[in-house]
Design a protein around this ligand. Structure first.
Ligand SMILES: [Zn+2]
Length: 167
């Protein structure tokens, strides 16, 4: 016999019915109770079995849920370990980049030093007009000797004075 299983609309326990009894919506126990029929020993036995089936079903559902949770936890821990690996790789990259920055800073400092020393050398070379020549130039640039261009002579003398070789 091909029994079908259905949930009772009243007590929600499972009950079995035959294919030609699809109209049944409540279990035999609820059916009798609704009509005030007294329950037999086999009815009580069925009621007990209904309770056991319901409890087992609930337990199975909880197990499924727990398994689902464990599966989720496993997925989370896989994702977490992937993120940790990525973090490690990023830290290595960061370390390399900061070393590059340090190297570039050293190069910049060196270039600045070279530039400064070049500027200093140029100042020194412009200041190193031979003493005798400096005196001659100062003599010739004096405004008293250039009455036609006294302003230009004064400018030249001022500049020349700045370039006076050290005694
Ligand atoms: Zn019922």
């Amino acid at each position: 016999m091909n029994w079908l299983i259905k949930n009772c609309n009243k007590c929600e326990h499972k009950f079995a019915h035959l294919p030609n009894e699809k109209w049944k919506t409540v279990c035999p126990i609820c059916y009798k109770a609704e009509r005030g029929y007294s329950l037999t020993t086999s009815d009580h036995s069925l009621k007990k079995l209904q309770q056991i089936v319901t409890d087992q079903t609930k337990k199975m559902e909880e197990n499924e849920k727990r398994k689902g949770n464990q599966e989720q936890m496993r997925e989370f821990s896989i994702r977490l370990s992937k993120l940790e690996k990525m973090n490690t790789r990023l830290q290595v990259a960061l370390h390399l980049k900061s070393r590059e920055i340090k190297d570039l800073t050293l190069i910049r400092i060196d270039l600045e030093r070279q530039l400064a020393s070049r500027i200093r050398r140029r100042v020194v070379s412009s200041a190193s007009i031979p003493r005798g020549m400096w005196k001659t130039l100062a003599f010739l640039c004096h405004p008293d000797r250039n009455p036609t261009n006294p302003d230009k002579a004064q400018d030249a003398l001022t500049w020349l004075t700045d370039q006076q070789p050290h005694k």
